[in-house]
Design a protein around this ligand. Structure first.
Ligand code: ATR
Length: 282
């Protein structure tokens, strides 16, 4: 860490437990450097039992941070402890981005915006359909359902191994979202214009189940939020079956944009050099 720079500008953090594998310091460090801005962004591990103390130190200014990102397992508590969570954070009950403004701790959730910005960049027109299939019902799935709904999809089918978790999401989001067991996958894919894998299947090279993408609409896009490897087993299958695919790395990069702009005052750009930097670090 360059301490001279740290004392000159705003300091931001990413916190989680553990946090050492986070790629966020690389992303924000790249933007600080290429934009020539003073300030710092660093990983700051906080154990769950002292997370409320950390938030208190953020609010009273003694932490020295202006804000930061929050990841597993602190997203729900970050939302609850913030003074001013926005509507997105409220609906999800979780926050990944915090900032101090006028003495109050604000909170939002940028995962959904990261998801849509990635598709807008890589496959414009992805949102011209009415029906989407979301595979998985964990924390990441929630933000994606919200984003897809807000982009105008009228029917969102959530398919999950544990169907109760999918039902909880359907209850949370209302009639446009429907829950299904994995056995119903082929049926709900019929005519759908978007398929999103939000499960951890295929992560780090692990095997994924065989999926037949034939029932999807002819121009349907298949995307995955897993980005290690970049081309996951699910994306590889979809590509082999002639489907357009969008990998999940851009979601990670784009979700970082709003926070950077809040803390450092300039909107950063997700460019090819940043992508290459993260890929080289994998
Ligand atoms: P996250 O918050 O990152 O979304 P999560 O809450 O652990 O992570 O959710 C992981 C998702 O992957 C869940 O939908 C999970 O299904 P269950 O709810 O049934 O656990 C799904 N998942 C993980 N391993 C799976 C497997 N082997 N087969 C099918 N689904 C799996």
């Amino acid at each position: 860490m360059d301490d001279s720079r740290e004392t000159l500008g705003p300091n931001a953090f990413v916190t989680g437990f553990p946090i050492r594998h986070s790629r966020s310091p690389l992303i924000h460090g790249y933007w600080l450097k290429t934009l020539g801005l003073p300030g710092s962004y660093r990983a700051h591990e906080v154990a769950p039992d002292v997370f409320p103390d950390f938030i208190a130190s953020l609010k009273d200014g003694s932490s020295g941070f202006i804000g930061g990102n929050v990841t597993i397992p602190h997203k729900e508590l970050a939302f609850r402890l913030a003074d001013k969570p926005d509507d997105l954070a409220h609906e999800l009950g979780a926050s990944n981005t915090l900032w101090l403004e006028d003495g109050l701790l604000h909170a939002t959730n940028t995962d959904g915006r990261g998801f849509t910005a990635n598709l807008d960049e890589r496959h414009p027109g992805w949102d011209r359909h009415d029906t989407a299939v979301v595979f998985g019902a964990g924390g990441a799935s929630r933000a994606i359902i919200q984003a897809v709904r807000d982009r105008g999809f009228k029917e969102i089918h959530v398919v999950n191994r544990t169907v109760e978790r999918a039902r909880e999401l359907a209850d949370r989001f209302g009639p446009r979202v429907r829950a299904h067991p994995v056995g119903a996958l082929a049926e709900v894919m019929h005519g759908a214009g978007l398929f999103i894998n939000t499960t951890s299947l295929g992560m780090d090279g692990e095997a994924a189940p065989l999926i037949d993408f034939a029932p999807l609409a002819a121009d349907a896009v298949v995307t995955d939020i897993v980005y290690v490897p970049l081309k996951t087993p699910i994306l590889r299958q979809a590509e082999q079956q002639g489907r357009p695919i969008v990998d999940g790395l851009g979601m990670l990069l784009h979700q970082a944009v709003p926070g950077f702009e809040k803390w450092f005052g300039k909107r950063p750009v997700v460019d090819a050099a940043l992508r290459a930097l993260i890929v080289a670090d994998m």
